[in-house]
Design a protein around this ligand. Structure first.
Ligand code: CTP
Length: 426
């Protein structure tokens, strides 16, 4: 009862053991109990913390488990890894470890305090108590702990009022410098608000508006990571619209807009019930930018090559796509125009704009033309007598065009086509 005595009861009266057993798979509950028992044997205290506790109350599935230990976190992780024969990756410098089970992962960390030497710095870390560890967190709804210790298993430890904020649907920071210390919390908070249908508590929203400019203290890589996580949401347009309204999107990159148009194309991207790739959402977010603006954003947030290509192709294709707005353009010409573009960029253009005719051709390319293959390959062409080298590529391209336009159907047609076009008949 160390913690309860030291820090007051918080919400200990509430026991969530039954909730845990109802909402989490039995295997996970078993591992959590074992973690408590193992910790007990070495005089440590173990708690389940963070997003999984929040989601427990909301009935949302979450299998990214975080356990905080007052004591030896890595020792506990090692014992659990041995007991369950699972892979362990540990970072002794940070006192953290990750266990990978088949269907879930378990992060185990030493309870710690954090201090920020300057705004946006990565925090300096020192071992601390569970209360220190909860206090260092972003929002009260992410700062609740469930005790895993034998005899107290399931006791909610909530010294910062997270449960009450959950009940009132509020996203609340834990102190007035929270966004100054770590401005990524601005984007995190918006995500929680919009994902959970919550709203910022009044003072939190005031602080957020005050501190929006602190986003400039965050590196491009960290900002990109937050944007990527936002684009992984079920309905990213909600967070993007809110970020626009709060001036956050503009702080990320001036030309970005989270407007009604974006919401419309994002909804269109989800038609048919599938979850679009985050890269498609990114291309749509950038669709309205000029090529120069898009290049600036990619640079600013240090996007990797794959995403750069998709985004730049999106805005470049936007300028070309009207060439496809003709009824008598041949399939081979559609292929010729589109085959060098990234497929995600083509999909973004299909969703975002263009005339009905151009769209029909984009659709035709994505659903059919891009898969068209000739029956003969380079080896066949060489056997027929085409000189090995660039001539083979040229002949294959011509053959593919003929197939796209329906001029050849069978293997024999292809052989005939090559003979008549590329080989002298004598
Ligand atoms: N956390 C924090 N400040 C941050 C990042 C993380 O306080 N800048 C804390 C929060 O308590 C959070 C926990 O670390 O709940 C785990 O972080 P993460 O996995 O990013 O958050 P989740 O709450 O699991 O969020 P999500 O549901 O979006 O995955």
């Amino acid at each position: 009862m160390r913690v309860w005595r030291k820090h007051g009861l918080g919400n200990m009266a509430l026991n969530v053991k039954e909730l845990l057993e109802r909402r989490l798979p039995a295997e996970i509950v078993g591992v959590l109990k074992e973690a408590g028992e193992e910790a007990n044997e070495t005089g440590s205290e173990a708690y389940l913390v963070g997003g999984v506790v929040r989601d427990l109350f909301l009935g949302r599935g979450n299998v990214d488990l975080d356990v905080v230990v007052e004591g030896d976190a890595i020792g506990l992780a090692k014992r659990l890894a041995e007991r369950y024969k699972v892979r362990l990756v540990s970072h002794s410098r940070f006192g953290t470890a990750k266990l990978r089970f088949a269907t879930f992962s378990l992060d185990i960390a030493t309870a710690r305090t954090e201090t920020y030497s300057h705004p946006g710095a990565l925090p300096a870390v020192k071992p601390g108590t569970i209360v220190d560890d909860l206090k260092r967190r972003d929002f009260s709804i992410n700062a609740m702990a469930v005790c895993l210790m034998p005899g107290r298993f399931g006791g909610l430890f909530d010294p910062l009022g997270g449960k009450e904020d959950m009940d009132n649907g509020l996203v609340r920071v834990l102190h007035d410098r929270s966004f100054v210390d770590d401005a990524t919390r601005i984007l995190r908070g918006i995500r929680y608000e919009q994902r959970l249908g919550f709203r910022f508590e009044e003072n939190t929203e005031r602080l957020l508006r005050r501190d929006v400019k602190m986003l400039h203290t965050i590196s491009g890589d960290r900002l990109r990571h937050e944007l990527e996580r936002t684009l992984e949401e079920e309905e990213p347009e909600r967070a993007l619209r809110r970020a626009d309204e709060l001036g956050v999107l503009q702080e990320l990159y001036l030309a970005l807009k989270g407007d009604g148009w974006l919401a419309k194309v994002y909804r269109r991207a989800r038609r048919g019930g599938r979850k679009p790739l985050a890269s498609l959402y990114l291309c749509l977010l950038c669709y309205q930018l000029s090529e120069q603006e898009a290049a600036g954003l990619l640079e600013h947030l240090n996007f990797p090559a794959r995403a750069r290509r998709a985004v730049l192709d999106t805005v470049r294709l936007k300028k070309e796509v009207n060439k496809l707005a003709s009824a008598d353009i041949k399939p081979s010409a559609v292929y010729e125009l589109l085959h060098t573009y990234d497929n995600v960029a083509i999909e973004a253009n299909l969703l975002a704009g263009g005339s009905p005719l151009a769209k029909r051709h984009l659709q035709l390319y994505l659903s059919k033309l891009r898969y068209v293959r000739t029956l003969l390959d380079g080896v066949d062409l060489a056997a027929l007598g085409i000189a090995v080298g660039p001539a083979i590529g040229e002949a294959l391209n011509a053959l593919r065009a003929a197939r796209l336009d329906g001029e050849v159907k069978t293997r024999r047609d292809e052989v005939e086509f090559i003979r008549s076009r590329f080989l002298s008949q004598d």
